[in-house]
Design a binder for this molecule. Structure first.
Ligand SMILES: Cc1cc2nc3c(=O)[nH]c(=O)nc-3n(C[C@H](O)[C@H](O)[C@H](O)COP(=O)(O)O)c2cc1C
Length: 160
């Protein structure tokens, strides 16, 4: 969703969305994460500016910062724990949001340094995303444009 109504997100809906993140699995159950809830108008505007000036972000009544608190730790497979763990937790939140009748949009285009400062996050931590959350204004986003299954799935040694 890239357009939100100004209606507040009910506290119990917000808590259920955050609970979905809390329950998410993480590698070795490390739970090295923090979720920062922003409702302050001025801070939301600053976040939107720090996100390549995507001004619509500030139209959401809530923006949630998802922060990895141990960003240097790497899994045996070579991926950083925090990115995988937080992606799962944030995806839980996006799905829980839909269940609440709310919309979200993963934001990856933002200045790490500026957003960290706006959220008051220590430089030893990393912000994975900021997630606007609110009721959709102007439709639900329409049809999804996706590759066909045959383009993305391979069986055994078949070539794609
Ligand atoms: C890692 C990631 C980063 C993204 N960053 C942004 C962003 O900064 N701004 C934005 O408007 N959408 C962003 N998106 C949303 C994608 O553009 C969107 O999910 C994709 O175009 C599919 O859209 P649809 O699900 O509405 O079909 C991001 C999505 C992901 C998964």
């Amino acid at each position: 969703m890239r357009q939100y109504r100004s209606d507040a997100v009910p506290e119990e809906s917000l808590l259920r969305v955050l609970e979905a993140a809390r329950l998410a699995p993480s590698s070795s159950n490390r739970q090295e994460w923090r979720f920062i809830v922003v409702r302050d108008e001025a801070r939301k505007k600053r976040l939107a500016q720090a996100a390549n000036n995507q001004t619509w972000i500030a139209s959401a009544p809530v923006v949630i910062g998802a922060v990895g608190t141990d960003p240097t730790s790497i899994m045996t497979c070579g991926h950083p724990h925090y990115a995988v763990d937080l992606a799962i937790a944030v995806d839980h939140m996006t799905l829980a949001a839909v269940q609440e009748g709310l919309g979200t949009c993963w934001i990856g285009a933002f200045s790490q340094e500026r957003v960290r400062e706006i959220l008051g996050v220590d430089s030893s931590c990393v912000v994975l995303t900021i997630l606007p959350l609110g009721y959709a204004a102007g439709g639900s986003g329409g049809a999804k444009s996706r590759k066909r299954l045959e383009q993305i799935v391979r069986y055994e040694t078949d070539s794609l």
